[in-house]
Design a protein around this ligand. Structure first.
Ligand code: GYM
Length: 174
């Protein structure tokens, strides 16, 4: 099949599987960062990830309503663990997320072809990237291939797979 057909039939980003009734609670808990896609090799969209071996995320309710607390444990290639924290702002009736303190950034959620993964698209003044996350540290190869296809159909052909060669950093209380 030609590229046009692939992008029409399989490569379209869709939010169809996002359950809006349960949103956002179905995403609470732990996630692993699998891959990222951007337009090209020099693209600043992937810069933050090139020194990463792996990253675990945790999403939970914040103390304030309509806010989600996103915490990360980034394992750098040099072995160190870097904790990070963001607040997502949730808008009633939408699955788009805003990041507190980053008013130019919008995060959109898209379905993944496997059950326990999700694709995020982050857009801001400098960045456009697709990000693939999974509930488990590894995803079936076919899902990663579908992610690459979807990225390529969005003209994001530069793919970064997280090496995941080192241990995951711990969360407090795990
Ligand atoms: O700067 C490095 C960092 O890795 C940048 O990444 C991000 O800021 C985005 C991280 C998003 C991780 C979310 C994991 C799974 C998302 C589940 C959907 C959330 C909907 C409530």
């Amino acid at each position: 099949v030609d590229l046009f057909t692939v992008c029409e039939e399989a490569g379209k980003l869709s939010a169809g599987e996002i359950n809006r009734l349960e949103f956002p609670s179905q995403y609470f808990g732990s996630w692993y960062f699998i891959a990222a896609a951007a337009a090209g090799p020099g693209d600043p969209s992937l810069e933050a990830f090139t020194s990463m071996d792996n990253t675990r995320f945790r999403i939970q309710e914040d103390l304030q309503p309509n806010r989600l607390l996103l915490t990360a444990r980034i394992r750098a290639n040099n072995g160190s663990c870097m904790p990070r924290e963001w607040i997502y702002l949730v808008t009633e009736g939408s699955t788009d997320l805003q990041t507190k303190g980053r008013t130019d950034r919008i995060t959109e959620l898209f379905s993944c072809t496997c059950p326990d993964c999700i694709i995020l698209q982050e857009t801001d003044l400098k960045v456009k990237r697709l990000l693939l996350y999974s509930r488990s540290p590894q995803l079936p190869e076919a899902c990663v291939e579908d992610f690459k296809k979807a990225a390529s159909c969005s003209r994001l052909k530069e793919i970064l797979l997280l090496p995941q060669t080192q241990e995951y950093c711990e969360f407090q209380g795990n």
